[in-house]
Ligand binder design. Sequence first.
Ligand code: SF4
Length: 435
Amino acid sequence: MTQPKKLFIKTYGCQMNVYDSERMAEAMGGQGYVQTDRPEDADMILLNTCHIREKAAEKVYSELGRYKGLKAERPDLKIGVAGCVAQAEGEEIMRRQPLVDLVVGPQSYHRLPDLMARTSNGAKALDTDFPEEDKFEHLKARPKAKRGPTAFLTVQEGCDKFCAFCVVPYTRGAEVSRPADRVLAEARDLVERGVREITLLGQNVNAYHGHEKGLAGLIRELAKIDGLARIRFTTSHPNDMDDDLIAAHGDCDKLMPYLHLPVQAGSDKILKRMNRQHTAEQYLRLIERLRAARPDLHMSGDFIVGFPEETEEDFQATLDLIAAVEYGSAFSFKYSERPGTPAAERPQVPEAEKDDRLQRLQALLTRQQRALQDAMVGREVGVLFEKPGRMPGQMVGKSDYLHAVHVAAEGLAPGDLRRVRIVESGPNSLKAVLV
Ligand code: SF4
């Protein structure tokens, strides 16, 4: 009996890349490939890449270099690059790294099996189109096998915002929303396979327009699915938080009280230079309205320090905004020039300044996160258990607020959704007991 071929996928970057890797693995599953977590055992290696920061792109080339020996030992080994670096750099990847057999962009990975077939006689294959056809309609139907209790589900792709620092509009293209009936069908399928929590994904997910009532309309439909206990969504833009979506945070029980809403900076001058199309005041008003709808809403944010022309005063405005919002979690980075983006042409802030500001910003965010976690002690929350913990008899799950929660209790299994009381707060997680 012929041995199934083995596929090793390495995923970089955002949750959408995690979802895309799942779909690419399923597409190659239809060609008889099974996944392996050891590149040395693979017949096909696929890097699903991220282009958001310089370091991320360079990581891809150093990773590819590590496969030189494997390829020399087994010339039939196929190596592919997918994702946003593939889209941004295309043919350049093969020029810089000749051991690469195929390059496929995030909008055309439904063609991966055909591209692989084209490399069988040693030819190279490249596809970084933005195809007319809907990729999801051409992807292989999802397998029926049982799976873990949480899943990502892409509902929207691309972005029309063109923030001055961002490559996404160039690598993922214009905003496209999947029709609501298709999303609902995939969600029902995921619930049948054991999923209890779905996170809706989009580069600008709250610009979703595949349902007449936008993302709020889709969420209300999803909430009707028996067995689906929790709904989350990411990543949003402040300007697309409409009244109905704010209201849904208040009246849709299955929509979790955690919202990732990037703002990037707190200075109106810098927000304008970033082309974020809103002011700090407008963002703070929006947070107020969200918290009026759902008082216990935990906010998460994204921040960039050292954006071109950012002064100490501008940076202070960012710290002031953070102090006003109080974030339960946040992601923060030094500004990184991205080829082809407007901000890359502007005078840069010295690296040492960026390092200093990042440290001060992260110190404030860590204090806030810790204070909000400590305030959870004594409270009762829901936890969806996902996997066994490090200690025997311990299970780990996520709270409604996306905190990692450890519970020592016999008989718990992945997929169990239980009420717990928080008894201890640690640096990055909480301890709890069942109630
Ligand atoms: S809204 Fe987000 S994805 Fe779109 S351009 Fe701005 S940072 Fe990039």
